[in-house]
Design a protein around this ligand. Structure first.
Ligand code: GKR
Ligand code: MG
Length: 429
């Protein structure tokens, strides 16, 4: 006998502000606080589900509209969520894919914004559905093919502290040269057991970053290393770096911008190129794959549109012989749980995933994840396997109200330290 499909009776999208260290990148530096959005759903059978996504103003507008629109709908109506977001947010999605010079995540379109919000509602629905059925999210996605998901240590050049007095502090110290980067990697290795490392580049002259990778190679022989300047280099600089670092790098991530630029670097070096900038939407896949511009797509379930969409992406990549791994942005444990579930069901996940999580000192779940041997176990508890800490959400929401920070802006944050700083145009070198 079939039982009635649970209906959504309540949905909320709560903006929060989470503290963030002064991590440097091609645009500038992370702000002391960055916005995220926590989505909660409740069903008529009393089950609850949680999702997390970007919390900047643009995303919140869509999240609030979708939160009103999902009430009364069946919890399982996941395939209609994108359409519902489109209608309820009343956004035109016919804009051409445009590279966002002010971003670190490739093209910036309304479609991508919609999908980033939909992902949090999809994850929250799967969480609630899993709890209703007593099944983990990975089972709802067809079942895990691995019990542990490997992550890589995400290294950043950084200052010891933010330049403003009221900013959060931590005990990591500065990392502004090869020794600092190696010290940081050592702590990542000691504390979490990460065995591969990614360095966020595009901060200093390429020679300095080449020296940092060489120092990592010496300190951690044989460990996979990656360098990601977020499209900060010209084609000729990319060719030079690729030649100098040779076999030291597992892959080079977004050395330059655009499909043609990446394709040229690939053709002239034979190096594996990974991306979370060149291919970030389904529309970009045909040209990029035809030109062999990328060999590893760093999926981000937020902007690809959720866990099912990530699985679709994985299937397309598999058909073209392109590998898959995972991109990360500043995030908390709800997103990390979602990443871990989807990573566990994707067969062609060939590289350790990125995660910013070790840089965050706060969380919104009662038992924050701990990386052991550089990996997380895939939970078999119902839903995502995390419990929302409502007091923590309330406190971080209160901070969002009090501090009034509404958007992430790495350029403005850098200007606090250097009033002459302007938005760098890419390529920088
Ligand atoms: O947090 O500064 C940062 C990173 O640059 C972040 O935005 C992403 O990880 O999009 C980035 C990337 O991996 O390219
Ligand atoms: Mg990247």
């Amino acid at each position: 006998m079939s039982r009635p499909t649970p209906k959504i009776v309540k949905a909320t999208a709560t903006p929060i502000l989470i503290s963030d260290p002064p991590l440097l990148n091609v645009l500038g530096v992370h702000q002391p606080y960055t916005p995220r959005c926590i989505v909660e759903l409740e069903t008529d059978s009393g089950a609850t589900g949680v999702g997390e996504t970007y919390g900047d103003t643009d995303y919140l507008t869509v999240a609030n509209a979708l939160a009103s629109a999902v009430v009364g709908r069946p919890l399982t109506a996941l395939n209609g969520l994108r359409e519902l977001a489109h209608e309820s947010a009343d956004l035109s999605t016919d804009t051409v894919q445009e590279f966002d010079p002010a971003g670190l995540r490739g093209s910036r379109t309304n479609e991508k914004r919609l999908r980033s919000v939909v992902s949090a509602f999809e994850v929250a629905s799967l969480d609630a559905l899993g709890k209703t059925l007593g099944l983990p999210v990975h089972a709802l996605l067809g079942g895990k093919v691995r019990d542990r998901v490997e992550y890589s240590g995400y290294l950043f050049y950084r200052w010891a502290e933010h330049p403003t007095d009221d900013a959060p502090r931590d005990d990591w110290g500065a990392a502004l040269d090869p020794d600092g980067v190696v010290r940081q990697a050592q702590r990542f290795s000691d504390d979490y057991g990460f065995s591969s490392f990614k360095l966020k580049g595009g901060v200093f002259e390429p020679e300095q970053e080449i020296a940092a990778i060489a120092a990592l190679g010496k300190a951690f022989p044989g460990r996979p290393l990656r360098l990601d300047p977020n499209g900060g280099w010209s084609i000729s600089t990319s060719l030079r770096v690729a030649e100098e670092l040779g076999e030291l790098l597992e892959y080079l991530e977004d050395p330059t911008t655009g499909i043609n630029g990446m394709a040229e670097v690939r053709a002239r070096t034979g190096h594996l190129l990974a991306t979370n900038m060149c291919v970030t939407t389904f529309a970009e896949i045909p040209e990029a794959f035809a030109k062999d511009a990328v060999q590893v797509v760093l999926s981000d379930h937020h902007y690809w549109g959720g866990l099912q969409a990530t699985r679709d992406l994985a299937a397309i990549c598999r058909a073209y012989g392109v590998a898959l791994s995972m991109h990360s942005n500043t995030h908390l444990g709800v997103s990390l749980a979602a990443m871990t579930h989807v990573a566990s069901v994707v067969e062609n996940l060939e590289y350790a995933c990125d995660s910013h999580r070790p840089w965050q000192t706060e969380d919104v779940i009662t038992r924050p994840h701990t990386f052991v041997d550089g990996a997380l176990d895939v939970p078999d508890d119902p839903g995502l396997g995390v419990e929302l800490d409502r007091d923590a959400v309330a406190a971080l929401h209160d901070r969002w109200i009090r501090l009034g920070v509404r958007d992430r802006d790495d350029v403005a944050a850098m200007r606090k330290a250097d009033p002459t700083w302007t938005q760098p145009s890419l390529p920088r070198w």
